[in-house]
Design a protein around this ligand. Structure first.
Ligand code: GDP
Length: 427
């Protein structure tokens, strides 16, 4: 059976924690999109870890972790991460890297930085990990696929010359930066070849066989629906699709095999980077939620940037769940809200004087004002509770109100950062 764990919103919903919790019953965990630009934070018996490239299944010794063809593969980051976890006592994970994954080159990171500097205040809030230049090159057909590391030297050198010809024109004339040298790029690729060689695999064939053998496969998404380049808040989006449907492409499995789509929604909102965020809150109210949020505050796992904070947004989440093809909602970080007397929930957007519950295109989203309904808080610590019925009444009412608003079943409630802090709810 194939399942996907994806985000409904702007990312940072707690997907890593849900993947880690479901990893127990998975044989294979696959990253299918994105790169090292966002991170998952996972707390387990080995400690607290921030992963950017490795799938969240690496902490189990029974799982195989796969980097699918849809990922922006930063090979040095992958190796640092493997070393980082092994050095902290985690058994060496079983990792496979798709021979069709493409490689984040050092010049992608360079171009990302140069472009952010050029745009200055008008930037998209890139994490400068090279992701946008990487995907641009992939679709312009000038990227390097892992399989190409094993090409004949002359063919690879010819391709490098062809690629850097374009890059150097832009470096010289747009950014006034030094040119790339073909020999350096060749050396970089050979170093990557040495590092990645033991892991390279025909992943789609491997997964096809795994599906035939009835293995449990988990597809792990990065970011969330609202960062999808087609269905998100374009242009403040990421460069690869964040939707479960893309899991079929980015892993190389038949689309009809994805039988369960677990969409993760956080009990309040947070976002990083620029872009419309209708239920955003500010000042002391936001600072308190940020400091209490997640596990040790809502600060970026990769960048340490403070996240923008807001109340739960039913309009965005309903849309986010619909586009994912949600079968189950995992509702996370509910424990954090235990300090509030009252909890506002955004149930509609007012746009040009009219209230709607439909999530609009960016042009209209920028004009939207939140319409709130205020629910009573439960004013206690709910960590450690394992049965849904034991949650305080107002807490259950909060969950059920949101379930009703978004129209998808909340079958998992996460009430703490640990692997076992999860309540499974019957439909
Ligand atoms: P992801 O990118 O979607 O995996 O999300 P992040 O890892 O950026 O953010 C989730 C943060 O919330 C992490 O620090 C998690 O350890 C933490 N977290 C996840 N679920 C819960 C929960 O139910 N309660 C609390 N308090 N923290 C949680």
């Amino acid at each position: 059976m194939v399942r996907a764990v994806v985000g409904a919103n702007w990312g940072d919903e707690g997907k890593g924690k849900i993947t880690d919790a479901l990893g127990k019953e998975s044989d294979i965990i696959v990253r299918f999109q994105g790169g090292a630009n966002a991170g998952h934070t996972i707390v387990n018996d080995y400690g607290k870890f921030a992963l950017h490239t490795l799938p969240s299944g690496v902490f189990y010794d029974h799982t195989t972790s796969i980097i699918g063809n849809g990922v922006a593969l930063n090979i040095p980051v992958l190796f640092q991460e493997i070393r980082g976890i092994v050095d902290r006592g985690v058994p060496a994970p079983r990792i496979l890297v798709s021979d069709r994954a493409q490689i984040v080159m050092s010049y992608h990171i360079l171009f990302d930085k140069l472009e952010e500097e050029r745009l200055a205040g008008k930037s998209f809030g890139s994490t400068k990990s090279g992701i946008a230049p990487f995907y641009s090159d992939k679709y312009a057909k000038i990227g390097f696929q892992v399989s190409e590391l094993f090409m004949e030297e002359s063919g690879l050198k010819e391709k490098i010359e062809r690629v850097i010809l374009q890059k150097n024109v832009i470096l010289e004339h747009l950014y006034h930066a030094p040119a790339l040298q073909a020999e350096e790029i060749y050396k970089e690729l050979m170093e990557y070849r040495r590092m990645v060689e033991p892991y390279v695999c025909d992943v789609s064939a491997y997964l096809w066989n795994a599906v035939q053998d009835g293995k449990n496969i988990l597809l792990e998404g990065q970011l969330g629906t609202l960062k999808d380049p087609d269905h998100g808040i374009y242009p403040m989006v990421t460069s690869s699709s964040t939707l479960a449907a893309y899991g079929a492409i980015g892993a190389g499995i038949p689309p009809y095999e994805i039988q369960q789509v677990i969409t993760v929604c956080k009990a309040y909102s947070s976002a990083v980077g620029a872009g419309a965020f209708v239920s955003e809150i500010f000042g002391a109210e936001a600072d308190e939620l940020r400091d209490r949020g997640g596990d040790g505050g809502e600060y970026g796992a990769t960048t340490g940037r403070p996240r923008r904070m807001g109340w739960f947004d039913c309009v965005a989440s309903k849309y986010g769940c619909r586009l994912q093809g949600t079968t189950d909602v995992a509702f996370t970080v509910l424990d954090v809200l235990g300090y509030l007397d009252e909890i506002p929930v955004c149930t509609g957007y007012e746009i040009d004087g009219k209230v709607t519950t439909k999530f609009p295109v960016t042009r209209l989203l920028e004009k939207a004002k939140p319409v709130y309904e205020v629910l009573p808080g439960w004013k206690c610590d709910i960590r450690g509770i394992r049965n849904y019925d034991e949650l305080p009444e107002n807490c259950r009412k909060y969950v059920e109100f949101i379930e009703e608003q978004i129209g998808f079943p909340i079958t998992m409630v996460s009430n703490g950062p640990g692997r076992d802090d999860i309540i499974f709810r019957k439909r």
